[in-house]
Ligand binder design. Structure first.
Ligand SMILES: [Zn+2]
Length: 165
């Protein structure tokens, strides 16, 4: 059987004795007229196998691609945490720096804040929209901050994290 792409000449002997000049493409033995039913069955089997092989191949490359994405995600998370460690400030202007709901704030009270503590925060343009006017309550989400701009002061501690009390 011939496989591969492109046109092939049949070449099977005809009644006149001259080789058949009919062309056929794809997998096969001969032109349609000269292909026996046994050969046709072989071609069908080959094409089925080829298609399944191809599907298997694309499954493998898909799983390889998603494995690569997973690897890159882990690598990025690694680098982010390394960068975070080098950038994270725990004390700014003599105050304890923390993150509340993910944003950097300063605390000058005692005792030091812990993750999970509830605190009152001064109004800012975002809180005004989200929480309404006036001070608003947030939760300490991290110790230290990587924010490099100016940080607002936490007004007071509302309650300590359950693990501390
Ligand atoms: Zn032929």
């Amino acid at each position: 059987m011939q496989t591969g792409i492109g046109e092939k000449t049949c070449g099977r002997p005809t009644k006149s004795g001259a080789p058949c000049k009919a062309r056929f493409s794809g997998a096969g033995f001969a032109c349609k007229l000269h292909t026996t039913s046994e050969e046709a069955a072989q071609v069908t089997a080959y094409e089925l196998g080829y298609r399944h092989g191809w599907e298997r191949h694309s499954e493998i490359s898909q799983s390889m691609a998603s494995a690569n994405v997973e690897h890159l995600k882990r690598r990025i998370a690694d680098l982010e945490s390394q960068l975070d460690k080098t950038k994270r400030q725990h004390t700014v202007n003599g105050c304890q720096a923390v993150e509340v709901n993910g944003y950097g704030y300063l605390w000058r009270g005692t005792p030091a804040l812990e993750v999970g503590d509830q605190v009152m925060l001064p109004e800012n343009p975002v809180s005004r929209i989200k929480e309404g006017p006036g001070s608003w309550q947030g939760t300490v989400t991290a110790l230290g901050t990587t924010y490099e701009g100016s940080l607002s002061m936490i007004l007071r501690r509302v309650s300590q994290a359950a693990s501390n009390s």
